[in-house]
Design a protein around this ligand. Structure first.
Ligand code: ZN
Length: 139
């Protein structure tokens, strides 16, 4: 089942440059980690019950690098928290929605993630995320 909005993902060219506006508002980068599967560095900035996730490409051919060259910096995806990602993934597939990965993959902050294609979600890239109950390693 889907609960709250976990985070909003924002594509940036540089985490160091992009984080300034959030720090000026009194928010702080909690962690920066690399997600090799997606070719990105991720900065997590807690904001109440949600977070801002800054996404900086690590390689020119990564999806976020392509997004930046096509559209420039901006909102990349919205992430919804799931308490059972495999069940939500299966339900969406059954209902005919286009998910992007053959199965959930490892995202930032020890979570499992799946994405719903913008064509299936009103033009928005949706991420579904479940915190790994084992609290496993990220990356
Ligand atoms: Zn995300």
């Amino acid at each position: 089942m889907i609960g709250r909005i976990d985070h909003v993902g924002i594509a940036v060219r540089s985490i160091d440059e992009a984080k300034g506006i959030y720090e000026a508002m009194g928010l702080h980068v909690e962690a920066i980690e690399e997600v090799p599967y997606d070719g990105v560095r991720v900065a997590l900035i807690p904001c109440g019950e949600s977070r801002i996730e800054l996404l900086e490409p690590m390689a020119e051919d990564s999806p976020v690098a392509k997004f930046l060259s096509k559209r420039g910096p901006g909102i990349h995806h919205i992430c919804l928290r799931s308490d059972d990602l495999r069940a939500d993934d299966a339900r969406l597939r059954e209902a005919g929605y286009q998910v992007i990965r053959p199965e959930p993959t490892r995202g930032a902050d020890g979570c499992w993630v799946q994405f719903v294609h913008p064509k299936s979600a009103g033009g928005v890239l949706l991420e579904l995320s479940e915190k790994d109950p084992e609290g496993g390693e990220s990356g």
